[in-house]
Write a protein that binds this ligand. Structure first.
Ligand code: FES
Length: 101
């Protein structure tokens, strides 16, 4: 299990919003969606669009460039959609993301 890195305070990311952060050179989009926090690559698998500038609705994150959408938290065993996801923990008011290897 990788090291958890504090990327924001919970209040820094309003419900329904996202921020882009960088950990160990990887751009990561952190979403606050329906009271929980999720982290996915901020580089869209299609053509590199910034998912942190997209939006989350109906359980999916939509890329602002061409509208590809990805499950924010795919079900166990779901087919690989090419989008990297990162473990998130909330510790008090700190949003922590597992650093990539
Ligand atoms: S770059 Fe994301 S849909 Fe095209």
């Amino acid at each position: 299990m990788g090291r958890l890195v504090t990327v924001a305070r919970t209040t820094d990311i309003p419900e329904g919003d996202a921020v882009g952060v960088e950990i160990r050179g990887e751009r990561i989009a952190v979403f606050h969606y329906k009271g929980r926090f999720f982290a996915v690559s901020d580089v869209c698998p299609h053509a590199g669009g910034p998912l942190s500038q997209g939006w989350a609705e109906d359980g999916r994150v939509t890329c602002p460039w061409h509208g590809w959408a990805f499950d924010i938290a795919p079900a166990e065993g779901a087919p690989d959609d090419g989008l990297k996801r990162y473990r998130v923990e909330v510790d008090g008011d700190e949003v922590k993301v597992e650093a990539p290897d």
